[in-house]
Design a protein around this ligand. Sequence first.
Ligand code: DP6
Length: 335
Amino acid sequence: MPADRTATHGVATAVAHPNIALCKYWGKRDAALNLPSTPSLSLTLAPFRTETTVVWGAERDRVVFNGVENTGGEGRKIFATLDRFGERPPCEIHTGNDFPTAAGLASSASGFAALVVAANAASGANLSDVELAVLARQGSGSATRSLQGGWVEWAMGERDDGLDSHGVAIAPADHWDVRMLVVLVRSGPKEIGSTEGMNHTMRTSPYYPAWVEHAPKDVVEAREAVLARDLEKLGAITERSALRMHASMIAADPAVMYWKPETMRALEVVRTARKSGIGVWATMDAGPNVKALCSAADAATMAALFAEASLSAQVLHPGGAARVVTTAPWRETAR
Ligand code: DP6
């Protein structure tokens, strides 16, 4: 490198939590901008987290994922996201999750949220929360809901450029102390990624238009239930949103079927507990794992009921916003 060459250089590390949608996002009205066909509503969940370090100004573009250099497709999406910050030097990304990746546990949500927050600090770009939420959405739709903590709504938006389609907090993490139990049925990567699964559902499922028609009303009612802390109302919407989303994919041709025998067993535990008077409702994403929403007071009982059915559950609680944890100040480096 010539002696008088000036390079930009900065390093920052950010943390983000995954989110689980109570009203699901499944389908896109614009694939290029990653705009959804429906609004969605989620809860950001701790202690699961992604931690990502961005070295803005490295030898070459490189992603190290949980200690192993990544040479696959995820790398391309990561650098496409960094390209949206504007002209940039080569960058090195070190990222890791403390929970199973690509298993329908929203690792792409926390991953792209942590990425844009770390890149913003490392590059000195100084983008606003909304600008970051739009960039996260373009990386992976659900990521736009992991920038904020607590209860988050992602509006479909009306603009063609998508600038009004991003996650917005409707209530903070401490608004309502509920629990989400994650029943891990399989920890390996899912057979069909969510992008592919939803595109296939859109193209081939006769139930997809019905899904799109009914989803917006669920989000309006779920928002009211969150603000009123009405668990019975929110739980019913949560379970039906997940089951309707899965019905739309099971009706695709060929079917997108994430369910395993243990999935049914976990759903049965939830339904039986509910019949016995416990306020608990299930949701599922693009994978066989089941998540159960209940009050903080019922979480230990539910974990014990899953254990009795030979299923192990981890208990998550409302988590905070994506945030920078360490940063070396951005500077112009004269070499
Ligand atoms: C079932 O956000 O992973 O978890 O935007 O194509 O990256 P892309 O999809 P992604 O889809 C998440 C789907 C879901 C439901 C949800 O989180 O709302």
